[in-house]
Design a protein around this ligand. Structure first.
Ligand code: KG4
Ligand code: ZN
Length: 318
């Protein structure tokens, strides 16, 4: 990896969430400077490039359109192949960024990856860079979404996940408890938790206007402990069912310290080897798309200029 430039979209903080149209406009104004910076940092010129990898989906249509249109132009102008990448595959393959530098610690196929982001929560059985099967997933909200929505109810800025994590570090995780939803198989559900959390806050605020400010750390710690428990319960069942000891996590929520610690505890109990990406490769980044592009390049798996973005692209097809 020679560079991994990420544009911060501060605009989301201002509105307490992602406004799709603002996101795509921000993409449009950022894409050229970001690519310029990436090339400069990498000390390569456009003519050194051998292919361009681009996210086909899932994601917001407007933002995907900016990226795919730009990548097509680059591919056409430089006469280099275009490679389409599934964003969720990118999160999983983030474990292989710079792999040559850590020969002793890389996941062995097949392994399990719990991908937890703002839009997805899935347990993936990874047989090879290209063969991935979702064996469990959320039937409603994603784990990151649950973090962000709870944070919003607490009056925290967007995205709230990292802030909940920060306050949780100083709180008592056993102070409050929430009920675990009954969901079949290896699937998850987080939408009930949102309602449960809202009613919990409402009830407490009735008797104490300052409940949130006085108990913020404990509320965050308890909420985080709950999500981590739910996530890891199913992951442990999945590992047993598939008899797999190499367990990875990925996606923005993989940056969560509670999840990282919880995973390590389970690992020592079950004899797992765990794989947790560096912080910069957990949340959305360019390198995870590039490394996926690299594997597809080796397979001569190129896209055509007819490529259309797919906001709801499923893992497994691309
Ligand atoms: O993978 P990602 O960058 O974007 C998507 O593809 O969705 O994930 C973003 C999500 C957000 O919901 C954000 O709140 C959450 O990851 N997140 C965290 C932490 N860092 C990012 N959630 C909990 N604790 C964190 N430290
Ligand atoms: Zn993502």
């Amino acid at each position: 990896m020679l560079s991994n430039v990420i544009a911060n979209q501060k605009v989301h903080e201002q509105y307490g969430g992602v406004v799709p149209e603002l996101a795509s406009r921000a993409h449009q104004s950022n894409i050229l400077p970001v690519i310029d910076q990436a090339l400069q940092q990498a000390k390569v010129s456009k003519s050194d490039l051998s292919a361009v990898a681009i996210t086909k989906g899932p994601g917001l249509l407007g933002s995907l359109l900016v990226g795919t249109s730009f990548a097509k132009s680059l591919s056409l102008g430089l006469e280099i192949p275009l490679i389409e990448v599934n964003h969720m595959r990118g999160h999983v393959l983030a474990h292989f960024i710079g792999i040559d530098n850590r020969a002793n610690h890389k996941p062995t196929f097949p392994f399990l990856c719990l991908t937890v982001s703002g839009g997805h929560t899935q347990i993936v059985l990874v047989k090879s860079p290209m063969e991935m099967t979702v064996i469990g997933q959320t039937i409603d909200d994603a784990a990151g979404e649950a973090f962000d929505k709870a944070a919003k109810m607490l009056g925290l800025a967007y995205p709230g996940g990292p802030l909940v994590d920060k306050f949780a570090k100083q709180g008592d995780p056993n102070r409050f408890s929430f009920s675990v939803p009954k969901v079949d198989n290896l699937d998850y559900s987080f939408s009930g938790l949102k309602t449960q959390f809202l009613y919990f806050l409402k009830a407490e605020l009735k008797s104490n206007d300052n409940f949130i400010s006085l108990n913020l750390n404990d509320i965050c710690a308890s909420f985080q402990k709950h999500i981590v428990k739910v996530l890891l319960q199913k992951l442990e069942i999945a590992a047993k069912q598939h008899n797999i000891q190499d367990i990875a996590i990925a996606g923005g929520v993989a940056a969560n310290s509670g999840l990282r610690n919880g995973l390590e505890k389970l690992a020592s109990k079950n004899g797992w080897r765990t794989f947790i990406p560096e912080f910069q490769f957990c949340t959305d980044n360019a390198a995870m798309i590039a490394v996926t592009g690299y594997y597809k390049y080796l397979n001569n798996d190129f896209a055509s200029l007819n490529l259309a973005p797919q906001p709801r692209l499923k893992l497994g097809l691309t």
